[in-house]
Design a protein around this ligand. Sequence first.
Ligand code: C2E
Ligand code: MG
Ligand code: MG
Ligand code: MG
Length: 279
Amino acid sequence: HAKSLGGNCCQTFEPSFQEKMQLRMTIERHLRKAIELNELSLHYQPQIDTLNGRIVGFECLVRWDNSELGRVSPATFIPVAEETGLIYDIGEWALREGCLQNKRWQDEGIIHVPVAVNLSPSQFYDQKLKERIESVLAETGLDPAYLVLEITEGMTMHVQGSIAALKDLKALGVSIAIDDFGIGYSSLSYLKEFPIDKLKIDQSFVRGMKDHPINTAIVHAVQSMASCLGLDVIAEGVETEEQVEMLTELGCRTMQGYLFSFPIVAAQVPELSRNYANV
Ligand code: C2E
Ligand code: MG
Ligand code: MG
Ligand code: MG
């Protein structure tokens, strides 16, 4: 394994097409049983208002631990789930689990902030999405004001009918965030037509600020535009104090990243909340 050879070794062993297909099929075979075997779990990563040091939300990130494959990254299995249609069940599982957990935190007086759940493109295009969300909210009893749906730019901006679809979702009382903002197909003029609440600045811009001023310029531009449009901004992937300083300078106060916390299991959330100003 190239990585275990140490250092910043650039040597990689690119698997062949056949090997990739084999792995995909293995993943698919195991993924089909993942929900019933209880192999999926959610981790929660806090979003921090750096001006007052409070947690203002959590993002739900799915984790998959399989006995044969070990832990498989969502970056690997979500695309497989997308292609095979398994994403409908997995996505609904994640939505229900995130809403249930948040309701529990609120009922137990642990923390009162929204949770953000990621939606895949096929979920967004699903005609039944609104109904599914509506019934999960009803089942779990979560106040819709405490649910944020994260969608990516490419999913929305160029698709006919997506303004109506978003308005439909918003009518439930949930919020909409655009994830990985800036790297997709953005059409800035559309942005003002879209009924969205938040932009999440992609972590590549945050990471690049130090060495390439263009990233700082982009963050600055996104922040100013969002302010004009009345949208909230969250910077993703914040890992250093230096990034916090630069982002603060640019007027961005809400941040998410390893500097504050890795994604954690639900059981760790009460202690984390105590460590911030929330409890
Ligand atoms: P995302 O929604 O953009 O989530 C942010 C990713 O960045 C997460 O990776 C998170 O663990 C990671 N991250 C957070 N802070 C830092 C940091 O400071 N530095 C670095 N380098 N990374 C950081 P993760 O958990 O591996 O998830 C990857 C992607 O998988 C997510 O990107 C999202 O697109 C997708 N995903 C995860 N859970 C779900 C889900 O329930 N449904 C769907 N449809 N997609 C999901
Ligand atoms: Mg996300
Ligand atoms: Mg993101
Ligand atoms: Mg991403």
